[in-house]
Each structure stands twice: as structure tokens, then as C-alpha cells.
Ligand binder design. Structure first.
Ligand SMILES: Cc1cc2nc3c(=O)[nH]c(=O)nc-3n(C[C@H](O)[C@H](O)[C@H](O)COP(=O)(O)OP(=O)(O)OC[C@H]3O[C@@H](n4cnc5c(N)ncnc54)[C@H](O)[C@@H]3O)c2cc1C
Length: 352
């Protein structure tokens, strides 16, 4: 059987567009990508933490074993392709501020599905003496950080080198349908896939989907005298970056007026960090971005119910680093007619 060769236009090159382009190119498809780093873009601001055990109830993250295994394999492959480093396995020290939380930690650590994710003897390591005491600490293993901003930037250079990248704002007025294909201006494609992150809410074809943009702000800080290796979670995350600085965040707002960093969140983050660290720090940057979250916390994959050439891959929410690779691969297989989508991520679950 002759392998399929189709022409794709991907709109948006955050993590979703990057990973989808990667898998389609790997499957020898013709791919063009449009992106204009618009305010609020999420992947270039994210910490990229992959945490197997989240929330106050310390619940194992949805499909984490499978997602994380596939994520590591994919990020390693892309590291080899681009010659960069994006995959950093790192434990997370988690504050247990009350007896109740400590008891819950002990209880959960005995669950068979959590095997390999709760370290038996917590080691504060380089944080010793540099953070204020809390009731207790637990140490999460099997976690990692993905260098999302670097990955997106290097992949963009790769696409530019292959002459398949346009830096422009996608204009919906330029879409037309012709002989079973879709045109963007004068260019003809088999399929257009929208990977616009939180901007999906302004997409006339897919705005009916229940995307709930949430704004998050973060600080990049220098901490003289610190050489923290692990990530730390105590209300905020402190995440060591490869250049010796630290990512600190984040806030979470369902209501906001724009994508700009705010004075109030900056003060909040500085105050909180001052209550975690005993040693001084210096803020070197303050950023804001909008997460593409979905009401049921599952990604959005699928085909437009009326326009069969239009597709969406979005809804990575707060967990793009772990969910992105497996669902980008699944989306590419669906586009090529190789696989059905999992029901729980298919946009068909919302009807139309
Ligand atoms: C503060 C913060 C911290 C986070 N921390 C983590 C974390 O630790 N771990 C984790 O897994 N996830 C984290 N996330 C979530 C993560 O960022 C997202 O899951 C993921 O990056 C979403 O990727 P995306 O490609 O769907 O969206 P985006 O990264 O927003 O990409 C969409 C792209 O489309 C472009 N675009 C949109 N519309 C158009 C148009 N009309 N024309 C041209 N270009 C367009 C945008 O400019 C953008 O570049 C965090 C998010 C925030 C805000």
C-alpha cells in the first residue's frame, strides 16, 4: 500500500503545534506552521514540571505512567534531532504543612499504584538550612522538568531551516474550501489543525468547545548562595533552570482583563517566596501567560463536525509537558486515518 502524503497547515507553534509537527514530519507528511508569538502564549512561560502526585489529596495524575514513559521517549528523540537538552529528571520536595497531610502522605505511599513515586527517606539536600521549617516534607520521584521554552524556540529554528514556517497572525478570512481541500489564501492544504492554545476561544470554528483560559504569573529569580538541584513545592514551585536561575510560580486566575503581568501578582509571588526561603533572592523577570484549560481537564482532539478539513489539538491545560507527546502522536495517527481517538479526549464528547 502506498504511504499517504498529505499537506498540513498547523496554526500555532506552542508545545501542541511543535509536537504535532514533529510527529507529522516523522511520518513524512508536508507540514507548514504559522505562529506569531502572541501575548499570553503558554509554552514559552511554563515551568514544564511533570508531577506524578498532585493536589491536596495527593492523587496520582491521570494516566501518568503511560504519559510519562512516552514523554521521555519523545523528548529524547527531539533532543537528538535538534541537538538540545529539554528532558531533566528531577525529584520534587513537597511541603507537608500539617499532621493531616503527613498522615495522608504515609497512607498514599503504601498504595500499589504509587510505587516508585514516593521516596522513603526524604532528603532536603541543598535546601537544608535555606528554607523555613514546615511540619514535614515528602519527596516525589519519577518527576521531571521539560524545558518547554527552549524546545519551542529550537524547533521553530528547525522549521525555518526547512522553509516550512510563517511568522504571521492567522487570518480566518483567508480560509476557503475547494474540491475537498482547504485553502489559506492561495495555498492549498488537505487539512488545517488549530493548536492556538488559549486563543481557541476566538476561533470561529471551534469556539463552541468548553475551553476555560486561566491566567498564571511567575517570577524568574536569582538566589545567590543556592545551588538547588531538586524542585520544591510549598504553595509555589521553585524550579531550578539550566542557567542557574529559578522559576517561581505560579498564580491562577479564571477572571482577568488581559495577558499582561500585574503588580499585584508580582507582590504576591515575592511575599510568598520570602516566606519559603530564608536566604535573599533577586527578581530578574516577571511574566504572565494563559493556560488552555478545559472544564473536564482532558485535552481536545478531533475533527470539526461540519468542515471535515479542519481539526483541533488543544486543551493541554496545566499538564502540557506530560500529556503533549502521547496525544500529539495520537492526533497524528488520527489525521492519517491510522487510529481512532480515545473517547475521553475526542471533542465528540461535547457534541455540537
Ligand atoms: C504560568 C504557567 C505555568 C505552567 N507550568 C506548567 C508546568 O509546570 N507543567 C506543565 O505541564 N504545564 C505547565 N503549564 C501549562 C503549559 O504551558 C500548557 O499546557 C502548554 O504549554 C500549552 O501549549 P499550547 O501549544 O496548547 O499553547 P501555547 O503555548 O499558548 O501555544 C499557542 C501558540 O499559538 C499561537 N497563536 C494562537 N493564535 C494564533 C493566530 N491566530 N495566529 C498565529 N499564531 C497564533 C500563539 O502565539 C502561541 O505561540 C503552565 C502554564 C502557565 C501559564
Amino acid at each position: 500500500m502506498r504511504a499517504k502524503n498529505e499537506k498540513y497547515l498547523i496554526v500555532g507553534q506552542g508545545l501542541a503545534g511543535t509536537l504535532l509537527a514533529y510527529f507529522l514530519l516523522k511520518k513524512k507528511q508536508d507540514v507548514m506552521v504559522i505562529d506569531k508569538q502572541l501575548p499570553g502564549a503558554s509554552s514559552v512561560a511554563a515551568a514544564g514540571v511533570m508531577n506524578p502526585v498532585t493536589g491536596r489529596r495527593m492523587v496520582k495524575s491521570w494516566r501518568f505512567d503511560e504519559l510519562s514513559k512516552f514523554a521521555e521517549q519523545t523528548y529524547r528523540e527531539i533532543e537528538n534531532l535538534l541537538g538540545g537538552a529539554f528532558w531533566y529528571p528531577k525529584n520534587i520536595l513537597r511541603a507537608l504543612p500539617t499532621v493531616l497531610e503527613e498522615n495522608e502522605w504515609m497512607r498514599r505511599s503504601a498504595f500499589p499504584e504509587n510505587k516508585g513515586y514516593f521516596r522513603e527517606n526524604t532528603d532536603l539536600g541543598k535546601y537544608t538550612g535555606k528554607v523555613y521549617p514546615t511540619h514535614g516534607w515528602g519527596e516525589i520521584t519519577g518527576s521531571a522538568r521539560v524545558g518547554m521554552p527552549g524546545l519551542v524556540q529550537l524547533f521553530r529554528r528547525f522549521l525555518i531551516g526547512k522553509k516550512c514556517f510563517f511568522e504571521e497572525v492567522f487570518d480566518f478570512e483567508k480560509i476557503s474550501f475547494e474540491d475537498g481541500k482547504v485553502k489559506y489564501g492561495a495555498l492549498l492544504f488537505d487539512k488545517i489543525v488549530f493548536c492556538e492554545g488559549a486563543r481557541l476561544v476566538s476561533n470561529p470554528y471551534f469556539m463552541y468547545l468548553p475551553l476555560v483560559p486561566t491566567k498564571g504569573e511567575l517570577l524568574l529569580v536569582k538566589i545567590p548562595g543556592a545551588s538547588f538541584k531538586k524542585m520544591l513545592k510549598n504553595h509555589l514551585y521553585i524550579v531550578p533552570l539550566e542557567d542557574g536561575t529559578y522559576w517561581v510560580g505560579a498564580t491562577n486566575h479564571f477572571e482577568f482583563k488581559d495577558a499582561a503581568p500585574s503588580f499585584s501578582d508580582k507582590s504576591y509571588l515575592k511575599n510568598k517566596l520570602g516566606r519559603i526561603l530564608k536566604i535573599p533572592f533577586e527578581v530578574i523577570a516577571h511574566k504572565a501567560a494563559i493556560r488552555p484549560t478545559v472544564s473536564d481537564k482532558r485535552p481536545l482532539l478531533g475533527q470539526h463536525p461540519k468542515h471535515g478539513n479542519l481539526f483541533v489539538f488543544n486543551g493541554l491545560g496545566t499538564k502540557g509537558a506530560s500529556m503533549g507527546p502521547l496525544f500529539a502522536e495520537q492526533m497524528s495517527a488520527f489525521l492519517l486515518g491510522e487510529k481512532e481517538l480515545d473517547k475521553e479526549v475526542d471533542i465528540g464528547r461535547f457534541g455540537h
